[in-house]
Ligand binder design. Sequence first.
Ligand code: NAP
Length: 445
Amino acid sequence: MTPTLQEEFETVVRRNPGEVEFHQAVREVLESLGPVMERRPEFVEMGIIPRICEPNRQIIFKVNWQDDAGRVHTNRGFRVQFNSVLGPYKGGLRFHPSVYLGIIKFLGFEQIFKNALTGMPIGGGKGGSDFDPKGKSDNEIMRFCQSFMTELSGHIGHDIDVPAGDIGVGGREIGYLFGQYKKMTGRYESGVITGKGLTWGGSRARTEATGYGTVFFADEMLKLSGESFDGKKVVVSGSGNVAIYALEKVNQLGGTVVAMSDSGGYIVDESGIDLEQIQDLKEIRRGRISEYADANGSARFVADGSIWDVPCDIALPCATQNELDETGAGSLIKNGCTLVAEGANMPSTPEATRALRAAGVRFAPGKAANAGGVATSALEMQQNASRDSWSFEHTEERLKEIMVGIHSRCSETAEEYGAPGDYVLGANVAGFLRVADAMMAFGVI
Ligand code: NAP
């Protein structure tokens, strides 16, 4: 990092104490920006870096809710509206006990550049709660979502801020959240939230979009060396929304997913993990990944270990932040993995990223590779605005075009800045330039 950017980074750390994930996300972007600041000194004069690192608004609120036994619980809700120069704030809601302001800020910060990379008119934001949906009944989830939305509703709108899902927030939760928003406002404002059900304003292919998009991006990387997914062994961490649809697309492109995980451990099935069984287990029964091995002779479950020890050609981390560390990266390199594409947000630690890149493993950062989800959310907003509903094929085709476009933007930018094949630099610089140019155009506001 250049001394000026290092100083800016230290200011961010000082002003946001204890928010380690946010610091990590900021550092990752600033490390790429030295050559940009050299070419565009006006960005320094106009204070673009400190302005982009400070959210426009951070909302923290109390969420009281009652469990089935009548006991009252209090959780904390967050919405960080980070940057809106390209469009209304856009980013998901995460319900997980690990959530605190630092997690939401890291996700919101990443979202600014990711959304810019899609080329669509969406700003960056993120929200969530430290509520743990695991083990809760449907009614408890409903009551929590209603209470959460009661507080959030005054801050969102289709031209203001448009939330979606993330960890712990899927179709069921979006339904309860949207229902409460509709009741409170008395308006059928479809464009206020994305990830909706197909019969009430949702987009086809939105559920699949992040996982599919990650695989489309990785496929573009493979094409550059005349390769494809055909015949490749793939490890996908996680078994939630992103992981399941990454599995489906890998299968469609001729690859074999040999391992998946949840927070309890991982499964290995050399014959290929069965999509329908995983969907039934995770999306319908909301079970644990270990149950897959109980029901399949060809699979084994490992409770204490690292999924990255499973030999593969391609690794797709699709669970959570910092799940792939330096040791995991070392195992992937030793076992001959040649490509890592991040389906999750910031799943690789900085040490892991450095090790993979130093070993010549092709590496796609989440802000580029997993942008298909938010891009398809923007397509959902387009359909809502025009009261239209597109076919699955048309929407998937648009998603593919967008992912191919993001891939080209990243690789062309990397080349322009003298670092061909460096998708980290390409994604950070291309995303940053789009946002910074708009900030310059708006003046100091
Ligand atoms: P999800 O449906 O809630 O699934 C999360 C998965 O990750 C679950 O299988 C979960 O297991 C697993 N997991 C969580 N913490 C873990 C840990 N410490 N170790 C191992 N596994 C762990 O969430 P999702 O929507 O797929 O999101 C996954 C990632 O993709 C997140 O980083 C999210 O920010 C990112 N992302 C999502 C979207 C989207 O459209 N959904 C878009 C862009 C990026 P348990 O069930 O045991 O917790």
